[in-house]
Design a protein around this ligand. Structure first.
Ligand code: 4AD
Ligand code: MG
Length: 434
């Protein structure tokens, strides 16, 4: 049997079209099956796609049929068969000739019955195989590639920022801290932004992409303790240019997902009509206008307060496209933002359909003494940031940037309610396993 298999071409399910009528070998997993005793239908997944294999008792050899009768969910198998096409649809099938186990799976813990989220999260290593979970990660992959493509075309250089850092970027209450040899404390990065600000004097326009960490004690459907952020930083960009770039990025990414992930979006039952409307420009509200609007809509938010999850959902009630909320009170924003009176030249970009803030960005404070004042106001130590202050001494220039939260973006485009499904192995307040 072995030698016979060797002679037959092994193909990916994705490429079936090119092998119509031919005998091929596939290797994959049986994610579902049913049998009448005479004919069996096996749902096969090989990583490239999904296909139904049809085995008729009198057309396969005895040994193969025996294995089909012993079939278990998620067994790994090798199948030789002929590629056939649905008479009307663009769908292919495999007419089985022989089948053998690579490994016959034990009883699979994820059954057909409904499981609660805790059970599924505890089995994330297996749940990742479910078609919807596959689809979400495929969309995530498209988004990552689209962002790289966009920034490359815009003349950006990718600069890798460090994960271990001597200070906070986004405030000290959400920092993961560790002992760092004889030096003292080190922290897991919250964002590569500050390092990108150093890089722009050398490269002009830069971006990074990597995991960031927030010791957030919030148990919401939008918060992870480890998530992936793309930071972009641009020399000689002001606040408005910053927003213009962000909306073009989002339009580009949504367009890529719509054109490359039709199957995935269908599997996710994602209504794509709202996504088709995502074209720049996006509306812009000042923070002050946003607070007024929220109060009109029934929120009890007061001026000077941050928008909570519910406010972010409420303010998007009548918005079809993402919305910029700009010019926030300096007091509730990070130390590095450029000041205009007592406001910060910044914006949060809020996604429609209840997915919350997907981008946070700002023009940066480029004046040395102003930055020192801000550090003092926020009670932040100057010493670990001396290098950052240096940037304001040697050729300081206006600059701006932003950070995209990948999981929220994936959640929005996939129409997934909770961000824990948008990352392969989520880390939250109460989960570090698997
Ligand atoms: O708004 P944030 O905190 O901005 C920064 O970190 C800036 N330094 C970025 C920059 O200007 N380069 O975070 C950026 C985005 C948010 O808009 C949100 O989408 C996401 O990161 N985010 C989270 N996603 C999941 N879980 C969390 N705990 C998140 N916190 C922020
Ligand atoms: Mg933010």
């Amino acid at each position: 049997m072995r030698s016979l298999l060797m002679a037959i071409k092994m193909v990916s399910i994705n490429d079936f079209k090119a092998y119509l009528g031919q005998e091929v070998l596939i290797k994959g997993w049986v994610y579902n099956f049913r049998s009448s005793g005479k004919i069996a239908f096996l749902q096969i997944r090989d990583g490239s796609g999904f296909v139904q294999a049809v085995a008729a008792k009198d057309l396969v050899d005895e040994k193969s049929w025996q294995m089909i009768e012993e079939m278990t969910i998620e067994s790994s198998v090798e199948i030789v068969g002929t590629v056939s096409k649905h008479p009307k649809k663009e769908e292919y099938e495999l007419q089985v000739k022989t089948l053998q186990f690579v490994q016959k799976a034990e009883e699979y813990p994820i059954g057909k019955k409904e499981h609660g989220p805790d059970f599924l999260m505890e089995h994330r290593h297996l749940w990742l195989r479910a078609p919807k979970q596959w689809a979400i990660q495929r969309v995530r992959n498209t988004i990552i590639n689209a962002m790289y493509e966009f920034f490359n075309a815009e003349g950006f250089t990718k600069i890798d920022s460090p994960i271990l850092t001597p200070s906070a970027c986004e405030g000290t209450t959400e920092l993961f801290e560790m002992d760092y040899f004889d030096i003292g404390k080190a922290y897991l990065t919250q964002s590569g932004q500050l390092y990108l600000e150093a890089a722009i004097a050398s490269f002009g326009k830069v971006f990074d992409f990597g995991p960031v960490f927030r010791a957030e004690k919030s148990k919401t459907r939008r918060h992870l303790t480890e998530f992936w952020m793309l930071d972009a930083e641009m020399a000689l960009f002001d606040h408005k240019m910053n927003l213009d770039l962000q909306e073009r990025l989002i339009e580009f990414v949504v367009g890529k997902v719509l054109s490359l992930n039709q199957n995935e979006l269908m599997l996710l039952e994602r209504d794509i009509e709202p996504l088709k409307k995502i074209k720049a420009p996006f509306s812009r509200l000042t923070y002050k206008e946003a607070i007024e609007k929220l109060r009109q809509l029934g929120s009890d938010i007061k001026e000077g307060e941050d928008l909570g999850n519910d406010d972010e959902t409420l303010i998007m009630r009548d918005e079809a496209k993402p919305l910029f909320v700009e010019m926030w009170p300096l007091k509730i924003k990070a130390f590095y933002m450029k000041r205009e009176n007592d406001l910060a030249l910044c914006a949060d970009l809020i996604a429609p359909e209840g997915h919350g803030e997907i981008i946070g960005g700002s023009q940066r404070e480029d004046d040395f003494s102003e930055l020192i004042k801000r550090l003092e106001e926020k009670n932040l130590a100057r010493e670990p940031l001396e290098w950052y202050l240096d940037l304001r001494k040697y050729g300081s220039a206006p600059h701006s940037g932003f950070g995209v939260g990948l999981e929220r973006l994936v959640g929005w485009l996939c129409g997934v309610h909770h961000v824990r499904e948008t990352i392969p192995f989520p880390r939250t307040l109460n989960r570090i396993y698997p």
